[in-house]
Design a protein around this ligand. Structure first.
Ligand code: CA
Length: 237
């Protein structure tokens, strides 16, 4: 099997070097770009398997790179963002970024994001029936064909809306899913943009699946952005 190639578009040398070291140790092939223009060149000529993209580049806005790439490719893009920039993250995700990672980040967080995005993109390419048969993390299992959620030995009774929310997050496990993306996925494209109905449903879901809803183990809140379900453990090979 050929190595996965990862392109890092980042003008801060320190961060570029840190990420490069971590990724090479995991046997990824690493490509580097210091500017947006260089990044786009490499994307077109080398077709990397995944892109790590800093939004603040010297020559262009990272958002413009996402827009450009999404015109012709679904290569996973993970945005590298500052801690408080919720708005920036939501915009990048709405433009087609797959996920984001917040500076400063550690090795395990970086690798988990990459793993989740690569797994998701390879699943999208695979046979639709093969897309996913079940999700498991810790004691929780979701069987998509039976629409059955269990925590330990107990079956969890979800309303149809709650099920759709959980299934949407599980199919994207390990990745952030924005409020607007969940709303349109569950309630349809004309869904009210108000998050309140989603928050109410999420509170009910957490009461049913989390031992302590204030300290969730399965579904995490990404403040101002959306929710992230813990990474699927059924096929982390
Ligand atoms: Ca920068």
């Amino acid at each position: 099997m050929s190595k996965c190639s990862i392109l890092i578009i980042e003008d801060e040398k320190k961060i570029q070097v840190f990420m490069g070291k971590v990724l090479k140790r995991q046997e990824y092939r690493v490509l580097y770009a210091d500017t947006g223009a260089q990044g786009l060149d490499i994307i077109r000529s080398q077709c990397p398997d995944i892109i790590l993209l800093d939004l603040g580049l010297p020559d262009m806005n990272g958002d413009d790179i996402i827009k450009e790439v999404r015109r012709w490719s679904s290569i996973p893009i993970i945005v590298i963002s500052a801690r408080t920039a919720e708005r920036e993250k939501v915009i990048a995700l709405d433009l087609g970024a797959d996920d984001y990672i917040t500076k400063p980040f550690g090795t395990s967080e970086l690798l988990a994001r990459i793993r989740a995005s690569l797994r998701h993109s390879s699943r999208l390419r695979a046979d639709a029936n093969h897309y996913q048969t079940s999700y498991r993390h810790g004691n929780m299992t979701l069987n998509f064909s039976k629409r059955l959620l269990t925590v330990g030995a107990a079956e969890v009774h979800l309303t149809p809306i709650e099920y759709k929310i959980v299934a949407c997050l599980a199919q994207n496990s390990g990745k952030v899913v924005t409020y607007s993306s969940i709303l349109s996925n569950v309630w349809g494209p004309y869904a009210d943009g108000d998050n309140k109905i989603l928050r109410v449903n999420m509170a009910n879901i957490r009461r049913k699946i989390e031992a302590d809803p204030a300290q969730p183990k399965y579904i995490f809140t990404e403040v101002g952005v959306g929710y992230r379900m813990a990474e699927d453990e059924t096929d982390n090979s």
